[in-house]
Ligand binder design. Structure first.
Ligand code: WT7
Length: 634
């Protein structure tokens, strides 16, 4: 709840790190690190020293054109060089850099040296296709090694990549490719999805009819799906043919710290998708530092982030973060419950995953099958787990903590966004944890909860989540739309702060509880109520697996809460259960929880990254236009 009336749902228990975690931790003294972070300029400058620079920066932070901040100005650096070459000339040369696995039990491993050779070949091949520094290359690929190689090849030669999630439909794909003016498209013969092969080339062909800027289409043979390419036209070529015979030595482009690195589209609730633009050096510093400290990356780790590379999670933490730290990253192509709900736990056991990073939607999904599946596997290799994407319901947190982590493993609930590029609010492994909150801003980040005038709100009270000082991995603009960049994020709240678009509340320890997107906020008899706590209250009832709530217009109350619930196996929504749910939620949240209709559904509208799209439910209820549905799953 945004109002202080009701904080009952808050899980009061605090989980402290055990001595093994503390012994290993890179950051052992949280207060000291926070103190250092109070001066972001010196803090991030120190972190930037971990890389090899071709030329050091003149100025750490240039604030002369707010909110168009610049970091490490005049510095020269290359991401690909720091993520690959640097390790080839170290004792990590023959260490596995990337381990690909899929739902059929197949795998492919590339050592840093093998990765180096393939990236260089691909970089040369792209150059031969006429790709130059600053050109955009689009990718519509499954999780596969070629995707990673192609991204690193782009950053090696200074091309800007724009990855389009392989689950998006033709329309969404066309819009993104045209907006980015992509010159080359890299796609594949297919992707595995729950035992089937989805023909990506066919979707790409359809999209390409409407994409005039694409000069070449590169096709990865990934699934063995027999596809036709028209080699004669000279526009289409297989990836393996393209790199065959290329030299494995391609000079590295010395990039300016602020040169564009990639564009990644994220859907706005209205209007066309936003092309979030990230630049080079600050992004590198932000993602490497956060991954290292929050997930305590050490030699010997096997890092697994389940996020698809089509989303920022995959960019920052499946690929760039782990490679910049010289660790081994596992990329997996497959659903959490195919061929059975033990699929992911099987991967953890089989490869000995040490750090596991996933999303609340996956956990809630796996929770439905109970503890049977995690119990079938030996998960003792795990040391730290994490989550991102939505508020972690305390119920889901406890399940992960008890059933997967066997009460020994800390969970890093990380709050961040496509726009922030890196983790912003998160515990460190040594932090005392409370289920359901990402705890506190990380060292070097200044976040707060404020009212519409930009003043901090008292503890317990709801408000807007803002970031008060610039941070290195921040997006620099919306591609080709500076006006929208300023209007959407920097204008509404006074004081020059970044408005994240979320509402939140701080508890008595200053821990930040995310209430949901401000677009989704409910207004009940004058009280602003976040969606998240109402949904968590529902999910904490034994009958409910998942829930979404919206505010339905009501002439007297403003809004009444309409709830959509997915029930666990064996439950039906009869009058008794409805009454019980009403009592339960009221007990958890207090009288502000004015519940209207509770509706049982089999599915909730979600984005392909697993976020519940409440505005679709709302539009349906109010009989309005559904708006941009390009990222809707079904
Ligand atoms: C929005 C950003 C999928 C990659 C990361 C998300 C929500 C994210 C948390 C969290 C509560 C969270 C916020 C945020 N969100 N992490 N730990 N607890 N809410 O990137 O697609 O740009 O979405 O996701 O509402 O604003 P994104």
């Amino acid at each position: 709840m945004v109002k202080d009336t009701s904080v009952l749902l808050e899980e009061k228990r605090v989980f402290k790190a055990n001595y093994r975690i503390v012994e290993e931790a890179h950051v052992k003294n949280w207060e000291a690190e926070i103190e250092k972070g109070k001066d972001p300029v010196s803090y991030w400058a120190e972190k930037a020293e971990q890389f090899e620079w071709f030329k050091k920066w003149d100025k750490v932070l240039d604030e002369s054109k707010k909110p168009f901040y610049k970091w490490f100005t005049k510095g020269k650096i290359n991401l690909s060089y720091n993520a690959v070459d640097r390790w080839v000339s170290s004792d990590k040369r023959n260490q596995v850099a990337v381990l690909y696995a899929n739902e059929h039990g197949e795998e492919r491993k590339l050592t840093y040296y093998e990765l180096y050779r393939e990236v260089n070949k691909m970089a040369n091949a792209l150059k031969n296709l006429g790709v130059k520094k600053g050109d955009t290359v689009s990718m519509y690929l499954p999780m596969c090694t070629e995707l990673l190689v192609s991204m690193l090849a782009c950053t090696r030669i200074g091309a800007v990549h724009s990855v389009v999630y392989s689950g998006l439909s033709v329309g969404a794909f066309v819009e993104r490719m045209n907006d980015a003016n992509a010159k080359v498209l890299i796609t594949a013969d297919g992707t595995y999805r729950r035992g089937k092969i989805i023909d990506l080339k066919k979707i790409a062909d359809e999209a390409l009819l409407q994409c005039p800027t694409i000069e070449t289409v590169v096709v990865v043979k990934h699934t063995g799906n027999p596809i036709k390419i028209s080699e004669l036209s000279g526009r289409e070529i297989f990836y393996e043919t393209l790199i065959d015979g290329e030299s494995d030595d391609c000079p590295v482009e010395e990039m300016d710290a602020e040169d564009p690195l990639f564009i990644l589209y994220t859907s706005g609730s209205t209007g066309k998708p936003k092309g979030v633009l990230h630049t080079t050096a600050g992004y590198m510093v932000g993602v490497a530092t956060t991954l290292k400290n929050i997930f305590d990356i050490h030699n010997g780790d096997l890092w697994w982030c389940t996020g698809d590379v089509g989303w920022i999670t995959g960019h920052s933490y499946s690929i760039y973060g782990p490679l910049l730290l010289g660790t081994t990253t596992l990329i997996y192509e497959g659903a959490p419950d195919y061929p059975d709900p033990g699929a992911w736990w099987n991967i953890v056991e089989k490869y000995g995953v040490t750090k596991f990073y996933t999303a609340p939607t996956a956990i809630r999904h796996l929770m439905r099958y109970g503890s049977k599946y995690p119990n079938l596997y030996n998960l003792s290799s795990l040391k730290i787990m994490g989550s991102v994407g939505e508020p972690m319901n305390p119920e889901a947190w406890m399940w992960l903590y008890n059933k997967v982590g066997k009460t020994k493993i800390p969970i890093m609930d990380t709050w961040w966004q496509t726009e922030t590029g890196m983790h912003m609010i998160s515990p460190l492994p040594i932090s005392p944890l409370k289920p359901g909150t990402p705890t506190l801003p990380i060292p070097g980040v200044d976040a707060d909860v404020v009212d519409e005038n930009g003043n901090s709100v008292p503890l317990g009270k709801g408000g807007y989540l803002v970031i008060k000082k610039p941070w290195p991995a921040m997006f620099r603009t919306l591609y080709k739309d500076e006006e929208r960049f300023v209007d959407s994020y920097w204008k509404e709240i006074p004081g020059g702060v970044y408005n994240a678009g979320d509402i939140a509340r701080k508890d008595e320890d200053g821990y930040i509880w995310i209430q949901g997107r401000s677009d989704d906020v409910l207004n009940i008899a004058g009280h602003r109520v976040g969606t998240s706590e109402v949904e968590s209250a529902f999910v904490s009832h034994p009958a409910v697996a998942e829930c979404a709530v919206i505010g339905k217009s009501d002439p007297i109350k403003g809004h009444v809460i309409k709830s959509f619930v997915i029930l666990k196996e064996g439950y039906t929504l009869n009058t008794n259960l409805i009454e019980d749910l009403q009592k339960h939620v009221r007990y958890e949240l207090g009288p502000v929880a004015v519940l209207g209709e509770i509706k049982q559904v089999d599915q909730l509208p979600k984005t392909r990254s697993g976020k519940i799209m409440r505005r679709i439910l709302r539009a349906q209820e109010e009989g309005e236009d559904l708006g941009d549905t390009s990222t809707l799953e079904d």
